[in-house]
Design a protein around this ligand. Structure first.
Ligand code: FES
Length: 222
């Protein structure tokens, strides 16, 4: 797991403000919460700010804290805890978050990180020269059945091999990220067994209507 600290002061913008449209959305979001519970809007507001500017800056954290009447440290805690928040500038076309927790590690996440090291940057958290791609190791993303996996922005790419990840990186680098199918990359259906169903292989067989038909047929043959 990488240490999560705010980006260097040299890259921090002086200020942050929601666009007019996002400011209306933010106020509407805050109003959803009961009186006295407006701080519950901290995660959606930080996420909207990230979607607007690409990453969460120090100014963003202070702006959101002031909006919700929270101490800056409380919003900093949220932004630095959740890896969904990018607290440094990331690749504009893709930021690849490679899960390195035990199930993914046992299924080859280190080899996936080697692909990122060779195709993007030897160091995680550092964008490539063009500023289009970056990567980092993160903790479990909740898709362990389909290990190893990566998250790119809001989408998961699962059941990966180093070769398939290399292809995906090339697609994003070429600006074709939207065409890459999300989810399992090996033909698996969602999180079903990779080699096919081992139970409930015939759902109609267990239905009451099927049992009733079988009982009626048995009665007739008696
Ligand atoms: S360990 Fe990688 S998704 Fe859970």
């Amino acid at each position: 797991m990488s240490v999560r600290r705010l980006a260097d002061a040299s890259v921090q913008p002086a200020s942050f403000a929601f666009s007019a449209e996002n400011a209306i959305w933010a106020q509407h979001t805050i109003n959803k919460y009961p009186e006295g519970r407006q701080q519950s809007a901290v995660i959606p507001l930080l996420m909207r700010a990230q979607e607007q500017d690409g990453w969460v800056t120090k100014a963003t954290i202070e702006y959101v804290a002031d909006m919700l009447d929270m101490p800056y440290i409380r919003v900093l805690e949220v932004a630095t805890f959740y890896t969904q928040f990018q607290i440094k500038p990331v690749g504009t076309r893709a930021h690849i978050q490679v899960c390195g927790t035990t199930p993914c590690m046992l299924r080859g996440s280190e080899a996936l990180m080697d692909v990122c090291r060779s195709k993007i940057h030897p160091e995680q958290g550092q964008p490539n020269e063009a500023g289009t791609m970056s990567w980092e190791e993160v903790e479990c993303q909740g898709a362990c059945v389909n290990a190893p996996m990566v998250i790119i922005f809001k989408d998961a790419y699962e059941d990966l091999t180093p070769e398939r990840l290399a292809e995906i990186i090339d697609e994003f680098e070429a600006g074709n990220g939207a065409s890459v199918p999300t989810g399992p990359q090996n033909g698996r259906v969602f999180a079903a067994p990779a080699t096919g169903l081992t139970s409930l292989t015939d759902e109609t067989a267990v239905l009451k209507s099927t049992r009733d038909q079988a009982a009626a047929a048995a009665k007739t043959s008696d």
